[in-house]
Write a protein that binds this ligand. Structure first.
Ligand code: BGC
Length: 444
């Protein structure tokens, strides 16, 4: 952190990201229907601190204050997600005017401040009514998603500057339907593969629907992790390759026209003729979320239901989540994407990067988070190196603007540039907020 950051190209987008269920609260206002996250968090034992997103950061009521925080940060773009159950309370049928109205006001508020709205259509909060019919295990959900996308784009298509169809479909599949750690809390392991296919199909159908209603770029956001094989045997290397295929390739290969990678235990019979063409509808942007590398080796238990073990990486410092901090991993994954997909790779937008630390207010009411500053500084340098090495990256969005509801970790993990007191909902910009503002706008 001693030397100034290298200069990023003119036109590079600096932004921050959030998602609806993690910040909005107001879960039953203005006609919003229940989502799988409402049901999941209200089931005892699902969230470490027993909390829910019922209030979260109360962004639904305080969005004007949050837009002012964005303006103070000087960012050029804000990535938020739209809650499907606000738009279609039951997941089908006409749009709910109350729900569309909220995002309409938010988008106009951003544009008034010169901030580009970047909208994610699905950040894991499926309408409960669709889950009751099978959720993403059911092919029909893909079509419902495209209908919903069209309703949103019909209203906001003239003002949203970048569309992201799905956020991290791998995490939604594996945590939500494979391991049961996230909503909807199903534990189907590899039988969750239809969730991959139907999300991808929904993505492809939504891209086509959006094209008709907006001239803005369209993409998808995936979570990527460099795999660090922890072992020297062929079995360890095979386990690493399987994990790479599952985490990094399953949601990228078919989108970029390569079809599905081979993954042991998955059933390809759900893929209908023509589906792969639908999924490979051209996109203009690949959203990349990067947090950490993953240690993988062959299963130590021969009866393990998974073909790999995930193991801690002791060589790195860790965040309060226990996630290894490795900026080089960002360079590795970006150059790896370029190598694997060549000219088929669309321009990349780093739609999330960030870290959780146990941030507290000091006696003067200030929040000092030098570890987050170091994290971001290191990752921006690694990003710049990847760009110098030829990877086309258009922007970087910090996760997150605010401390928020961190899924199964509730309010115990803080990722924000802005501290939130969850009793009073007071927002306090951290040191990293000022640092990022200076990075974005240049020192005062
Ligand atoms: C998700 C966010 C989440 C963040 C930190 C990403 O996987 O998109 O919703 O809060 O990581 O865990």
């Amino acid at each position: 952190m001693s030397s100034p950051l290298p200069e990023f190209p003119a036109g590079f987008t600096w932004g921050v990201s959030t998602s609806a269920y993690q910040i909005e609260g107001a879960t039953s206002e203005d006609g919003r229907g229940p989502s799988i996250w409402d049901s999941f968090t209200h089931r005892p034992g699902t969230v470490v601190d027993g909390s829910t997103g019922d209030v979260a950061c109360d962004h639904y009521h305080r969005y004007a204050e949050d837009v002012a925080l964005l303006a103070g940060l000087g960012v050029g773009a804000y990535r938020f997600s739209i809650a499907w159950p606000r738009i279609q309370p039951d997941g089908t049928g006409p749009a709910n005017p109350g729900g569309l109205g909220f995002y309409d006001r938010l988008v106009d508020g951003l544009l008034d401040r010169g901030i580009d709205p970047v909208a994610t259509l699905f950040h894991w909060d499926l309408p409960q009514a669709l889950e009751d019919k099978g959720g993403w295990l059911t092919r029909d959900t893909a079509g419902r998603f495209a209908d919903y996308a069209a309703l949103v784009a019909g209203r906001l298509g003239d003002r949203v500057k970048l569309w992201i169809t799905l956020n991290e479909p791998f995490v939604h599949m594996s945590y939500g339907y494979g391991l049961g750690l996230h909503a909807p809390g199903r534990q189907y392991l590899f039988d969750a593969f239809p969730v991959a296919h139907h999300q991808l199909l929904g993505h492809g159908l939504a891209v086509t629907a959006l094209r008709a209603l907006t001239g803005s770029p369209i993409g998808i956001t995936n979570n990527y992790t460099p795999v660090r094989v922890q072992g020297v045997t062929d079995a360890d290397r095979a386990a690493g390759a399987t994990y790479h295929a599952l985490h990094n390739r399953l949601f990228t290969d078919p989108i970029l026209g390569h079809g599905y990678p081979e993954i042991p235990g998955t059933d390809p019979s759900i893929v209908h003729p023509g589906d792969l063409d639908t999924i490979a509808a051209p996109i203009d942007a690949l959203g990349v979320n990067y947090y950490n590398p993953t240690g993988v080796r062959a299963p130590s238990d021969p009866d393990s239901p998974l073909p790999f073990d995930l193991v801690p990486l002791d060589a790195y410092p860790t965040t309060s989540f226990g996630w290894p901090v490795d900026p080089d991993g960002l360079h590795e994954l970006l150059t790896g994407l370029r190598r694997e997909y060549g000219d088929r790779l669309p321009p990349i937008h780093i739609t999330e990067g960030g870290c959780s630390y146990d941030d507290t207010l000091d006696a003067h009411g200030r929040c000092h988070d030098p570890q987050r500053v170091a994290y971001l500084d290191g990752h921006l340098r690694a990003l710049h190196r990847a760009m110098t090495d030829g990877v086309d990256v258009r922007g970087y969005y910090v996760w997150s603007l605010l401390d928020n509801f961190e899924w199964a970790e509730g309010y115990t993990k803080r990722f924000g540039l802005v501290h939130v007191d969850f009793d009073t909902l007071t927002r306090t910009p951290k040191t990293s907020y000022a640092w990022f503002r200076d990075t974005v706008t240049g020192p005062a």
